[in-house]
Design a protein around this ligand. Structure first.
Ligand code: ATP
Ligand code: MG
Length: 552
């Protein structure tokens, strides 16, 4: 039977709108403010906006919400495009709220002329105090009843740069006692003498979010404007501007933002981590930014799988980061190439191996495709294995190497440990072993025998030294929205979020061309870092190989 996935509430709305002919086709938009790098939360919004349009044969605009020149930058504009493309989506048009500054200004004059907007001279504090509270109505500004002519004159003077920042604002004239505080004469424009990354010094007044977003949606004929839940109180105002201006009726729908355990997703705080040098940059592999997780080795496919699994909800919830890690593991397990890397080496000498002989083994790059591409792995008389794969006083159930015990070296022979060499401190420094030539895979099936344990290894002579950056969670608190009042989120930084290590790899690793993270057999997934050089390869730990976590 074919499995039919239940529609989410946005799909239901869209299917209904299409069925009833409310819209002919779907138009969505992704509206980032270019004031930081995109993070995992944005990935959810991108997957939704682009995914819905794709599913219903519609289009998605990329629209930068660039109404605050002080915090915005082209660096962010560029990174946002790169991240969306990396996720595998293509926008229809690249647009900017600032493209509409002239139109928005015109509409503001229209509102003034209709007696629906006025210039207010009150200070920010006075305006805030005048708005009242949820239980008490606000008080009207002493400037509220200026004439249309005076308002027009003052607003044009604001535009022409006659006033300093904060001296005046333009407000809508709605209702200072409205039960929805958003309607208590909301701000439409503020003065900011700042250069804008696109409009330069053309403007010194900038429109507010509420006055901008709906109108931009309307200009672009966005049918379904999807945003996060905290905007639901803004929706009536969104509708009010569109209705009052009599323009194309875009509609806003809210969904729950993505929150993840052990993760912070506020751009303001992420910026602080970068500026204070707590992380190495926006693309530090511990950051929840898309460039950060990409550098760590997370794949776009895994992120999309995750967004698909968590679905869309109308209630805020905290998702388990382990689900995301599980998705990364699923994707990499299916696609990544395998290599052997020893991280904590102890030397194994094969005493019966002909001196100087090298045997090259053909090993599959991915065991799921044994007939697929392979790599060549050199076997010699001097090998490294991981210290943890040897135990001197081993319990019965220890199936790796022990004195007088046997183990298979992955893809190759069974070896037996005959002698343990220690230094003056009693540390094991060398294991003298013999190999059994009859145990070569692909040899005489009559002679075939197996042992319980298989371990990874590398040839000392051929081993390539690696720097390993083993990453863990950046924070120690599961729910970062629960930072106590008397504490700061930075009090919950994980001191072990980066542990430097070393590795000795089979030579084929450095020839890998897959472009995605690789599996270090039996340990984890690692991704080549951009700081690597051929002389000094660096690998970032993407995720551990195994975890007891299972999604519901
Ligand atoms: P932040 O609070 O991290 O700065 P923001 O909402 O201010 O985020 P924007 O650039 O304005 O960031 O967001 C662009 C789009 O991405 C918006 O539609 C916003 O609702 C959505 N978005 C932002 N954060 C999340 C999140 N955690 N989960 C889902 N969608 C998000
Ligand atoms: Mg925002």
């Amino acid at each position: 039977m074919e499995e039919t996935k239940k529609l989410n509430f946005l799909e239901e709305i869209i299917e209904n709108d299409l069925k009833e002919g409310k819209v002919d086709s779907i138009m969505t938009r992704f509206p980032p403010e270019p004031n930081g790098y995109l993070h995992l939360g944005h990935a959810k919004s991108i997957c939704l906006n682009f995914g819905l349009a794709q599913k219903y044969g519609g289009k998605t605009n990329l629209r930068y919400d660039d109404t605050n020149p002080v915090k915005e930058d082209v660096e962010y504009v560029d990174s946002i495009k790169e991240d969306i493309k990396w996720l595998g989506f293509q926008w229809d048009k690249e647009l900017y709220a600032s493209d509409y500054f002239d139109q928005l200004y015109q509409w503001a004059e229209d509102l003034i002329k209709r007696g629906l907007a006025y210039v207010d001279d009150q200070t920010q504090e006075e305006i805030r105090a005048g708005r009242g509270t949820v239980d008490t109505p606000g008080t009207e500004s002493p400037y509220r009843n200026r004439s249309v002519e005076e308002n027009l004159k003052l607003f044009r003077e604001m535009r022409d740069g006659k006033y300093a920042d904060g001296e005046k604002v333009l407000r809508a004239k709605i209702d200072m006692a409205h039960p929805n505080m958003m309607f208590r004469d909301p701000l439409l424009y503020r003065i900011k003498h700042a250069s804008h990354h696109r409009t330069g010094d053309k403007w010194c007044i900038y429109p507010m979010y509420d006055y901008t977003h709906g109108q931009c949606d309307s200009i672009e004929h966005i049918t379904h404007s999807i945003c996060t839940l905290e905007f639901d109180v803004h929706r009536p105002l969104y509708d009010w501007f569109i209705q009052t201006l009599g323009i194309y009726p875009s509609h806003q729908y809210e969904f729950a933002r993505l929150n993840l355990t052990y993760t912070l997703m506020s751009k303001r705080k992420l910026l602080e981590l970068v500026q204070k040098g707590i992380v190495s940059g926006w693309d530090d592999p511990r950051m929840p930014t898309l460039c950060g997780v990409r550098r760590r080795g997370y794949t776009a496919e895994a992120l999309k799988m995750f967004c698909d699994k968590i679905g869309v909800s109308k209630r805020d919830q905290l998702m388990d980061i382990q689900l995301l890690e599980w998705c990364v593991r699923q994707d990499l397990n299916a696609r990544s190439n395998r290599y052997m890397v020893v991280q904590d080496p102890v030397k194994v000498t094969i005493t019966n191996w002909p001196a100087g002989q090298v045997e090259w083994f053909d090993c599959p790059l991915n065991p799921a495709e044994p007939e697929g591409a392979s790599r060549k792995v050199p076997f010699t008389g001097e090998l490294y294995i991981d210290k943890a794969d040897f135990m001197e006083d081993a319990p019965k159930k220890f199936f790796r190497l022990k004195p007088d015990g046997e183990v298979r070296l992955k893809y190759t022979y069974i070896i037996k440990c005959n002698e343990v060499i220690k230094d003056e401190n009693g540390e094991v420094v060398e294991l003298k072993c013999t190999y059994d030539p009859t145990t070569r895979p692909g040899g005489d099936p009559e002679q075939w025998r197996s042992v319980k344990g298989t371990i990874h290894w590398v040839s000392v002579e051929h081993a390539k030294e690696l720097e390993l950056r083993n990453y863990d969670r950046l924070f120690t608190l599961a729910d970062m929205s629960q930072v106590p009042e008397d504490k700061d989120y930075k009090d919950f930084l994980n001191p072990d979020s980066l542990i430097l290590g070393k590795g000795w790899a089979e030579p084929a690793l450095l020839e890998d061309k897959s472009g995605i993270a690789v599996q270090f057999e039996r340990t984890g997934y690692y991704f080549l870092d951009k700081d690597s050089t051929p002389e000094h390869p660096i690998f970032n730990k993407t995720v551990a190989l195994k975890d007891s976590y299972k999604p519901e």
